[in-house]
Structure formats: structure tokens, C-alpha cells
Write a protein that binds this ligand. Structure first.
Ligand SMILES: [Zn+2]
Length: 54
């Protein structure tokens, strides 16, 4: 799996698929996906990102 542009929302089970990478992506999360409820520090990893704290 390539890392930089990974779409968390497309992973059915990110913890099982690649936990180490998932940990990096969700650490210090700044965005949450309004569609999937996933969180990430980079909006590029979410399909419908919304800023957690403006
Ligand atoms: Zn999503």
C-alpha cells in the first residue's frame, strides 16, 4: 500500500489491514469524515472531510 494519498474511507478494516499506518494517519486528527465517521490528520485521507476544530 502506498502511504501519502491513502484514502482511509476506502479501507474496510484499516486496523486489520495496516494498523501501523492507520496509527500514523489518525494521530493528532484534525478532520473527521461526515460520511464515514473516520478521523485523520490530513483531509486528503477522507472522502467528506470536515475540520474538527476551526
Ligand atoms: Zn469517508
Amino acid at each position: 500500500m502506498s502511504d501519502k494519498e491513502k484514502h482511509l474511507c476506502k479501507l474496510k478494516d484499516p486496523i486489520k489491514e495496516d494498523f501501523e499506518q492507520y496509527r500514523q494517519l489518525v494521530r493528532n486528527a484534525k478532520f473527521v469524515c461526515m460520511k464515514c465517521g473516520r478521523a485523520a490528520h490530513d483531509e486528503r485521507h477522507l472522502c467528506k472531510p470536515v475540520v474538527l476544530e476551526p
